[in-house]
Design a protein around this ligand. Structure first.
Ligand code: BTN
Length: 321
């Protein structure tokens, strides 16, 4: 209900909307309207109230709670069940628990802050409060486990497109799933799976997006490699709820395409948005370091590297430079 009220107040923020009209449009009593408005005020919303005119939304705090996201969400399935936590160990861990207890496809866990955010290859993911988007989406595609990495690439495409749509910033993808702006990382994706030998039960897609951080929010070791949407656009502030809503909308578009027609179009779009393909790179895997030219990705999202001797090496997991 708070999401619906917010949506109505946002739509009418250039004018006043009366308590009576809110009550009729949302099908709740005038007392309930008043209580919700008070609750919004307690949560940092500024609402002007004028007798006989009604309410007008003057200021929205940059929260990513269920109500804020629902107020701007336009998807049919993804994000229809939002689990919000102010603080959490990791949204990834919570999403795993929810998936194990049967949470429906499209459930998303969002937190304002993660105490132990996880990155790829066992790294830490810096997740301070009030600035970024830390979330984990549960999908249940009917595909064999070896196809699950395709969803990482699909997510990278969706996030890159959503950044462009929400902020007009051109971002690109570094294999497998780093989202870069001006060669610095602004978002990362961590895909994990719960599966039986021949069938995926759930794919947990963790997304970390640096949205409104300024340089001083990053620890020293990240200063030269990380950026945020705000830093990349002269300190503009973006609505985190709006950004996640657009991400979910792009994800739903590409996920529907994937389920209907397979990976081909996703792969084409990934290659178009990637900065890796065609470049001379160094890939550091757990066993070795290999140099070569990135020729493309396979149908499974594996990177194909042409080595100086002409042989093609398939890279499954690595850091690339
Ligand atoms: C990477 O190393 O690039 C992947 C980073 C993924 C971070 C996100 S933040 C939300 C979700 N919860 C986590 O603990 N990690 C992922």
């Amino acid at each position: 209900m708070r999401g619906k009220l917010l949506q109505l107040l946002m739509q009418t923020s250039d004018t006043f909307v009366s308590g009576q009209e809110i009550s009729e449009r949302l099908g709740i009593s005038r007392t309930a309207v008043w209580k919700h408005i008070e609750e919004l005020r307690k949560n940092g919303y500024e609402l002007e109230a004028v007798p006989r005119k009604g309410y007008r939304l003057v200021h929205t705090p940059n929260h990513v709670t269920k109500a804020e996201i629902e107020a701007v969400l336009s998807t049919n399935r993804l994000g229809k069940n939002i689990v919000y936590k102010g603080e959490v160990t990791s949204t990834q861990a919570l999403a795993h628990d929810l998936a194990r207890s049967g949470a429906e496809e499209g459930t998303i866990v969002v937190a304002d802050e993660q105490r132990e955010g996880k990155g790829r290859l066992g790294r830490e993911w810096h997740s301070p409060p009030g600035t970024g988007l830390w979330c984990s989406l549960i999908l249940r595609p009917d595909v064999p486990p070896q196809n699950a990495p395709q969803l990482t690439l699909l997510t990278a495409v969706a996030v890159t497109e959503a950044i462009k749509e929400a902020t007009s910033i051109d971002a690109s993808i570094k294999w497998p799933n780093d989202i870069l702006i001006d060669q610095k990382k602004t978002a990362g994706i961590l895909t994990e799976m719960q599966s039986e030998p021949d069938r995926v039960q759930a794919v947990i897609i963790g997304m970390g997006i640096n949205v409104n951080q300024q340089m001083e929010h990053f620890p020293d070791e990240l200063l030269s490699v990380a950026t945020s949407l705000s830093i990349s656009s002269n300190q503009q502030t973006y609505s985190r709820a709006q950004v996640i809503a657009v991400i979910l909308q792009r994800l739903e578009h590409w996920y529907d395409e994937y389920l209907k027609n397979g990976f081909t179009k996703v792969k084409q779009q990934w290659e178009k948005l990637s900065v890796t393909i065609g470049k001379e790179i160094t890939a550091t895997t757990v066993q070795k370091t290999i140099r070569g030219v990135a020729k493309g990705i396979t149908e499974d999202g594996v990177l194909m590297l042409r080595k100086p001797d002409g042989d093609i090496e398939h890279i499954y997991s690595a850091d690339i430079h």
